[in-house]
Ligand binder design. Structure first.
Ligand code: ACO
Length: 319
């Protein structure tokens, strides 16, 4: 029998402060109508000055552990995807490890922008499949507000802060993470990047992007890798119960669903209330779907993402 990672628990966390589109219109020249029409976003959550990425990650991790009926001491590995770490080093995962009372195993970060959760999921799932971990904590977390230029209306209305976490548990059975494909093409690094970095200019920098190029690639890459992961594993769009894509913006999600032939009623949407939370968006949407009673045990979930790098990927999960 094959060893797979079953999803033992999911947890999300959002900082308290909510900013509506009208609030954003007080900062830059924009409107609720423009933002809703172009992105589907109605509000976003922002962390305050003192709240760090690790704070959000710790809350989400604790919620996922509670849902799994486990404690930090049961976890063998933490893989955390983020482009907004607390500090340049150590890894944000180290703060999570200490906070949840996990004293063994290993904890590390990886950087794949909006595909961060899928990259982390693939890494942790591989460790579980190889018998290197029994229980793994996979986290996607961002405080994008800390690297947002609030004078740039092209970007500042798009993003939000949040965290999502999944506990993977080794088991022998058909449910769990069926397959995750990940890809990248570094030639597109100039299309979406932060203007700063420790080695580049000693600064953190701000998000900058070529919106149209991102839109074009996201629509194609997320659809095509979704089709690939389905075909590779002998499934079709009809077999999928819920399509939970990276919540970048509603027009990208619609374009991906259309290219893939995915019916709109199968698309789970949280971008309206969370905005684009990068690595956190898929686990936050999964946790939200479970909490709302939409996602149920035994259902087949398909989740693609695409982000800076460019990076992209898709995961097929039997809940
Ligand atoms: N409010 C009002 N007007 C705005 C705003 C705003 N917040 N932002 C830009 N505009 C203006 C532009 O300045 C431009 O004005 P101009 O014609 O006078 O120059 C006008 O709107 C149209 O700009 P376009 O670039 O043509 O707008 P477009 O229809 O392409 O939509 C958008 C822009 C929403 C950014 C789109 O390109 C997009 O969705 N791109 C994907 C970006 C994205 O989601 N990135 C997230 C990170 S990557 C990821 O998660 C996959």
């Amino acid at each position: 029998m094959t060893i797979r990672s079953r999803i033992a628990g999911l947890g999300g966390y959002l900082p308290e402060t909510v900013r509506s589109n009208d609030d954003m219109a007080k900062i830059v020249e924009t409107s609720d109508e423009w933002i809703v029409d172009r992105t589907g976003i109605r509000q976003r959550h922002f962390a305050d000055e003192k709240t760090m990425t690790s704070d959000l990650a710790i809350h989400a991790a604790q919620n996922a552990l509670k849902a799994a009926g486990l404690t930090g001491a049961d976890i063998d590995v933490i893989v955390l995807g983020s482009v907004t770490p607390d500090r340049t080093f150590p890894a944000t995962a180290a703060y999570v490890q200490a906070a949840i009372g996990m004293t063994g195993g290993c904890a590390f970060d990886l950087s794949a922008a909006c595909s961060g959760f899928l990259y982390a999921l693939k890494t942790a799932d591989n460790m579980v499949r190889l018998g290197q971990a029994k229980n793994a904590l996979v986290i996607g977390v961002e405080t994008l507000s800390k690297i947002t230029d609030f004078t740039d209306r092209n970007t500042c209305v798009l993003f939000g802060d949040g965290a999502g976490a999944a506990v993977l548990q080794a088991h022998e059975g058909e449910d769990g993470v069926i397959d995750t494909l990940i890809r990248s093409d570094g030639r597109h690094a100039p299309d979406l990047y932060a203007t700063g970095g420790p080695s580049f200019n000693h600064e953190v920098g701000y998000i900058t992007m070529n919106g149209r190029e991102v839109f074009r690639h996201a629509s194609v890459n997320m659809a095509d890798i979704s089709a690939e992961v389905l075909a590779k594993n002998g499934y079709t769009v009809d077999d999928v119960d819920w399509f939970v894509p990276h919540q970048a913006n509603i027009r990208i999600m619609d374009a991906v669903a259309k290219r893939l032939g995915m019916p709109a009623e199968k698309v789970l949407t949280t971008v309206d209330k969370h905005a684009n939370t990068s690595a956190a968006s898929i686990p936050l949407a999964l946790a939200d779907g479970v909490e709302r009673g939409l996602l149920k045990k035994g259902q087949l979930i398909l989740s693609p993402a695409m982000g800076a790098g460019f990076t992209w990927g898709a995961s097929l999960i039997r809940l």
